[in-house]
Design a protein around this ligand. Sequence first.
Ligand code: PMP
Length: 324
Amino acid sequence: MSDHATFSLADSIVYDDGVFRPYHDVRLGLLTHALHYGTGCFEGIRGYWLPEYDELALLHLREHYQRLAASARMLFMKLPHTVDELVEITKELCRRNKFRHGIYLRPFLFKSLEAIGVRLHDIPERFALVAVPFARYIDAEGGLRVGTSGWRRVEDTMMPARAKITGVYVNSALAKSEAILAGFDEAIMLSHDGHVAEGSAENLFVVKNGRVITPDPSQNILEGITRQSIMTLLTNELGIEVVERAVDRTELFHADELFFTGTAIGIEPIAEVDHRRIGNGTTPITTRLISLYHDAVHGKLPTYQSWLTPVYRENLKTPSSIEP
Ligand code: PMP
């Protein structure tokens, strides 16, 4: 059985190039194309441990693999498995690692040629899947302090922001480090024309006078899977229709509430932007969403159990196959 304390990355089982093997048995050449040119795509998927069910549940597994397939198309790549096969491979990987705690899954497809030459076509590809215990993404009690980045979000005519491409993450890394080194918890990136895009790895929501606004997909955002879930919860559970539109930077300063969403971060309130306190310090809508989302991803809301893929049983209503 694996838990946070005993987990060893080197000994963990990964899926690589069609086989399950220990992490330390993987061989990756120094000239690997993706390492030099950023020619890969990836996903970040969470698995939540459900103590009431003695079960590990993977959140929005299919949606993540569908997005990976779309990112791959952008790079003239094709996943070596169907989404159905990937779901089974992922469950099997978790079972082989005997995970009994929250995890973070990292599937990736990359150009594996070991030769010099920047291009996308006619290059062999390799798919791998690694899983690690999940650790809290950002540690900030009482809301995040964020700063607007001097780095603009990649523009669609330069790099595809809507695909999760490894090379594009230099943009996020520049913004994130700039923010942290300046004493903030996270960055907000503007797009080339000065509208708000998103955080380094999070989508952004604005609450103003009971309405909720988020930058629309043409603002060079990654269309987050959590963003979609939050829009669903807002509509179905709180009766609030989300408006997707361009958002000015100064609208953030006038917001009643601001929050980030993302697979790793979940939902996280933003307390300050560029040294300005947001709202009056109360966050009624964000607080309700955090609680709804927490319940949904932990299998406590029957309506949203379809978001979850259990690892050790067929569905949350059938018995577990974990040996006692
Ligand atoms: N934007 C970027 C740039 C990201 O890397 C992420 C994390 N995948 C998100 C937004 C949030 O997307 P999701 O909710 O699918 O994790």
